[in-house]
Design a protein around this ligand. Structure first.
Ligand code: SAH
Ligand code: SF4
Length: 420
C-alpha cells in the first residue's frame, strides 16, 4: 500500500483528499471501457475516421463491449477485417486484473482485483435464492475512517475510474458466464419475458441481478466516476440493469446526496450506525461535519425515495456501543420524525484484527430488531455471508496485517485533518 501523502483538491464542493491520479498506460493506448458512446466516437474521429464513420463504428463497438462482453477487437465480426487491427493499435478493452478469486462454501465469491497501474481492491458476489448481488468498490481505500470498518484503516490510494467501476460488473459477468452466447439474439430481439419493465435484462434465470456500491470507498467522494459508471450499467444499450436494482451506500456526504438523486437516481442506503451525536461522532467521524439531523433531512429530501423505493438505513451492531433498547427507540423516533420511507438493515459487526469493538449478542440484536419491527419498520438482520473467505460486504480487504493502536490513531488523526 502506498504512503502517498493526502492532499486536497482545491475548489471542490467538499474537498476530497486524493493522493494520486491514474497513471496513463505506457503503450499510449486508450481504454474504451467506462467511456460514453459519444466520447468513443470523438476518439475515433481524432484517430482519423470521418464523423459519420466514427459514429457508426462507435455504435458497433459499444454494442460489442456492453452487450456481448467481448474483450478483443478481432471478435467484432461486423467490423471490417482491416479495421479491427487499426482499433487494436489505438485502443484496449480493459478489465481489472484478477489477482485472486475465492469461492465460499455458501456460494459467495470474492475477487481481489488490480488496476492497470498496480493498486489492489476487492469485489464480492453474494447469491441468494431470488437474486444475486454484486458488491462493487468505488475507491482504493477510503479517506473516511469509520472506526469499525477495515477499509477505514487504509490510506486512500486513489479513486477508481468509471472504467474500473463498470469493469467490475463486466468482470463478474465474464466470471459468471452471463454474456449472451455468440449467435444468440441480442437484447432487442430477446423474448419479451426476458426484458423487464424498464427495458433491461430480466432477473429471471440470471445470477447477477443487483448491484450495491458497498465495496471499498465512499462513492459520493468519487461522484463523477461513480455516476458515469452507473450510467453505463443502466443504459439500455449498455449493461441494461434497472436503476431499481442498484443501491448506492453513503456514510452521509450530505452535499452530494441531492445530486445523487438527480444525476444517478439509484436506490439510496445510508450508513447511520448510531442515533446520538456522541456515538456517531466516534464511529462514523464524518458526522462531525454533517450531523444526524442534517443527514436525515437530506434523506427526507431525497427525490426518488418512496414507499415503493425505501431508503435503507444500515446499522452495524456493536456491543455496548449502539445496541441498547433506547437506541432502537430513538432510531424509530428519528425515522418517524423525518417521515422517512425507511427500512433498517441490522448488520452484525464483522470483526477484523485490531478492531476496537465486538459484535452485539444475538439476543441483543433480536431485541433491537423487534423494537424497530414493532414500530412498523422492516428491520431484518443481515446474515453474514462468506465468512470463511473474509467476504463481508463493506469490509473488503484481504486479511491484512494488524496495525498497532498507536498506528491506527495516527492514521485516523491524519485523515480527520485532511477532511477539515
Ligand atoms: N462508504 C460507504 C460504502 C461502503 S461501506 C458507506 O460507508 O456506506 C458498506 C457498508 O458496510 C457500510 O454500511 C459500512 O458501515 C459497513 N461495514 C463496514 N465495515 C463493517 C464491519 N466490520 N462489519 C459490518 N459492517 C461493516
Ligand atoms: Fe469508508 Fe464506508 Fe468504511 Fe466508512 S464505512 S471507512 S465511509 S468504506
Amino acid at each position: 500500500m502506498s504512503d502517498t501523502k493526502l492532499m486536497q483538491i482545491p475548489g471542490h464542493i467538499d474537498p476530497v483528499p486524493v493522493p494520486r491520479d491514474v497513471t496513463p498506460r505506457e503503450d499510449g493506448r486508450v481504454d474504451l471501457i467506462g467511456l460514453p458512446k459519444k466520447r468513443i466516437a470523438e476518439l475515433f474521429e481524432v484517430a482519423g475516421l470521418d464523423t459519420k464513420a466514427a459514429k457508426l463504428r462507435a455504435k458497433q463497438v459499444f454494442h460489442w463491449l456492453y452487450h456481448r462482453g467481448v474483450t478483443d477487437f478481432a471478435a467484432m465480426t461486423d467490423i471490417a477485417k482491416t479495421m479491427r487491427p487499426w482499433l487494436a493499435e489505438r485502443f484496449v478493452i480493459g478489465r481489472p486484473e484478477i489477482v485472486e478469486a475465492q469461492h465460499s462454501t455458501d456460494g459467495t465469491r470474492k475477487w481481489l482485483l488490480r488496476t492497470a497501474d498496480g493498486h489492489d481492491f476487492e469485489m464480492v458476489f453474494i447469491p441468494d435464492a431470488d437474486r444475486g448481488t454484486l458488491c462493487v468498490s468505488s475507491q482504493v481505500g477510503c479517506t473516511l475512517n469509520c472506526r469499525f470498518c477495515h477499509t477505514g484503516t487504509m490510506r486512500l490510494v486513489r479513486n477508481l475510474t468509471a472504467g474500473e467501476i463498470v469493469g467490475q460488473v463486466m468482470l463478474a459477468r465474464d466470471s459468471l458466464g452471463e454474456w449472451p452466447k455468440s449467435g444468440q439474439a441480442d437484447l432487442a430481439a430477446l423474448d419479451d419475458d426476458l426484458v423487464d419493465e424498464d427495458g433491461g435484462y430480466s432477473a429471471d434465470g440470471r445470477l447477477l441481478t443487483n448491484i450495491v456500491m458497498m465495496g471499498m470507498g465512499e462513492p459520493l467522494y468519487n461522484f463523477d466516476n461513480v455516476r458515469d459508471a452507473l450510467k453505463l450499467v443502466m443504459d439500455g444499450d449498455g449493461l441494461a440493469l434497472s436503476k431499481r436494482r442498484i443501491t448506492l451506500s453513503t456514510s452521509g456526504v450530505v452535499p452530494q446526496m441531492e445530486r445523487c438523486a438527480e444525476e444517478i437516481g439509484v436506490n439510496l442506503a445510508v450508513s447511520l450506525h448510531a442515533v446520538t451525536k456522541d456515538v456517531r461522532d466516534e464511529i462514523v467521524p464524518i458526522n462531525k461535519k454533517y450531523g444526524i439531523e442534517e443527514l436525515l433531512q437530506a434523506c427526507a429530501d431525497y427525490k426518488g425515495a418512496s414507499n415503493a423505493r425505501r431508503i435503507t438505513f444500515e446499522y452495524v451492531m456493536l456491543k455496548d456501543k449502539n445496541d441498547s433498547d433506547e437506541d432502537a427507540h430513538e432510531l424509530v423516533r428519528l425515522i418517524k420524525h423525518y417521515k422517512l420511507p425507511a427500512k433498517v438493515n441490522l448488520i452484525p459487526f464483522n470483526p477484523w484484527p485490531g478492531a476496537a469493538y465486538d459484535c452485539s449478542t444475538p439476543e441483543r440484536i433480536k431485541s433491537f430488531s423487534n423494537i424497530v419491527f414493532e414500530a412498523g419498520i422492516s428491520a431484518p438482520v443481515r446474515t453474514p455471508r462468506g465468512r470463511d473467505i473474509d467476504a463481508a460486504c463493506g469490509q473488503l480487504k484481504t486479511a491484512a496485517e494488524k496495525k498497532s493502536r498507536a498506528e491506527l490513531e495516527r492514521l485516523y488523526a491524519e485523515k480527520e485533518k485532511a477532511l477539515g
